[in-house]
Design a protein around this ligand. Structure first.
Ligand code: URP
Ligand code: ZN
Ligand code: ZN
Length: 491
């Protein structure tokens, strides 16, 4: 017995069409009108849209960072993602300093054991020794076909230009794509030290330590290197005009370069959010920093014209009011801390969060919640707001991420033979976004109070029901690893 999704309007990257969809054995078997319901469960989709499950290619679940760990893991974070219509994501494995890429992979495989949705891994290289260079090609056999390098976070993740360029050369040779966090970390360090020496310690000074110019400069450097190495490049979380201009120039020269932005960069602003009174601005500290309404316009133009190909979240959430409970003592006893176990003992206990940076903006853990909100906010601001068509919405949130990262057409579209990752989307359903009702393990929401129209009412992964209204139907460990293909197209 299959499932027949009847009378919905299918939205793909190229069309909107009213049709039935028959799902059997985890995949889409048939699309057409008037498909016989005999022997199948029928789901009435009249008045609803059928979208491919969302794909968020930029997340950091359970990431050790900024003196703590990001809150959401492959259990809670996955459920939150699914409630927002995201059924697949790619998380960043971090190579431990001094260790191998496979050491990092082992750690992330362990983290992913409770997976509730499908997931893949990028490999973030932090220590590119010769033995690590030799290790890179073996990642393709593991289904990891993207490398990430950080041009910022000096003395933590940052690599130098030689390392980045060598990584591009080896990636190009083996059909892999290089992703960069593009900010000039050396200049950032100098700006940050000067601000702190001047006593400028409030959260909003974070912005002034990472101005748009250093994002634009690093983006340009990465784009030029990718052109010289003939290596596909994907610039993550782009926020501003100098960066978009650098990418646009590279693309005009025919370089194989692409980029994403994240949903928060269309909404949150320096003046309203980061500069909020007291320590409130810490809720919005991420890198690159959130910008200005002018940059929102720049980004809408870039996603419309195709300079940017995808929208993700960079989901990496921390408590605003963390550090509740005797966590230091507990962490000492437990060798640095299995935070999830720790918090299970007493839910009022919390790992440290944004409060680590009270009195010093540089110590605020960088990162924001968003894995649950991406599709809903993008639909509301983008489609309802008249900025993008429903088809472009699907292309940015589902199809292009799958194509760029080697998962298409199994993921990212509604087509015969594709995985039956299907979101039933009610374009008229209204909702007010709030931390009180969201499913992320976070005590605030970037879009608190935003009244949206359009959201998932049911979410299926490979034909299995995950979400029905506010009910969770998924299974612990039901999410599958996505082994990705090399030689993804450049869009
Ligand atoms: O502030 C951010 N973006 N935190 C997560 C790590 C990264 O740079 O992507
Ligand atoms: Zn980053
Ligand atoms: Zn990130």
């Amino acid at each position: 017995m299959g499932i027949l999704f009847r009378n919905g309007t299918i939205i793909t990257a190229s069309e909107m069409v009213e049709a039935d969809v028959l799902v059997e054995d985890e995949t889409i078997k048939l699309i057409g009108r008037g498909i016989s319901a005999r022997g199948h469960e029928v789901v009435n989709c009249k008045g609803k849209y059928l979208l491919p499950g969302g794909i968020d290619v930029h997340t950091h679940l359970d990431l050790p960072f900024g003196g703590t760990y990001s809150n959401d893991d492959f259990d809670v974070g996955h459920k939150a993602a699914a409630f927002g219509g995201t059924t697949s994501h790619i998380d960043f494995v971090i190579q431990p300093k001094g260790g191998s890429l496979h050491d990092g992979l082992k750690t992330w495989r362990e983290k992913a054991k409770p997976a509730q949705i499908d997931y893949g891994f990028h490999m973030a290289i932090t220590d590119l020794r010769d033995d690590v260079m030799d290790e890179i090609p073996s990642l393709v056999d593991e289904g990891i076909t993207s490398l990430k390098l950080f041009m910022a976070y000096k003395n933590v993740f940052q690599v130098d230009d030689r390392t980045l360029f060598r990584a591009m050369q080896v990636a190009a040779k083996h059909g892999m794509i290089v992703m960069v966090h593009a900010e000039n970390g050396d200049v950032e360090e100098q700006l940050r030290l000067r601000l702190l020496a001047e006593g400028k310690t409030d959260p909003h000074w974070h912005y002034w330590s990472r101005p748009p110019e250093i994002e634009g400069e690093a983006t340009n450097r990465a784009v030029v290197m990718a052109g010289l190495a003939n290596c596909p490049l994907y610039v993550v979380h782009m926020t501003c005009e100098p960066a978009v201009e650098a990418l646009r120039r590279g693309r005009a020269l025919g370089y194989p370069v692409m980029g994403e932005t994240c949903v928060q960069y269309f909404y949150v602003t320096y003046d309203k959010h980061l500069k909020a009174p007291g320590f409130e601005g810490a809720k919005f500290v991420c890198s690159p920093p959130i910008r200005h309404p002018h940059d929102h316009d720049v980004l809408w133009q870039a996603v419309r014209e195709g300079t940017l190909q995808a929208v993700s979240t960079d989901h990496c959430d921390f408590w605003y009011e963390g550090g509740v409970g005797p966590w230091e003592e507990w962490a000492k006893q437990h060798n640095g801390g299995d935070w999830v176990e720790y918090e299970k003992q007493d839910p009022s206990y919390r790992r440290p969060g944004k409060e680590l940076g009270k009195g010093n903006f540089a110590k605020i853990p960088n990162g924001l919640p968003g894995i649950e909100d991406r599709m809903i906010v993008m639909w509301h601001l983008g489609v309802n707001g008249g900025k993008i068509s429903p088809q472009r919405f699907v292309e940015l949130n589902c199809t292009n991420p799958a194509k760029i990262f080697g998962m298409y057409p199994k993921k990212g579209t509604i087509a015969v033979g594709a995985d039956a990752d299907i979101v039933i989307w009610d374009p008229n359903k209204r909702h007010t976004i709030s931390a009180r009702t969201h499913h992320m393990r976070c005590d605030y929401n970037l879009y608190e109070g935003l009244k949206v129209r359009g959201m998932p009412v049911r979410v299926y992964q490979r034909g299995k029901l995950l979400v029905d209204g506010d009910q969770w139907h998924g299974v612990n460990g039901g999410g599958q690893y996505i082994a990705r293909k090399p030689h993804a197209p450049v869009l």
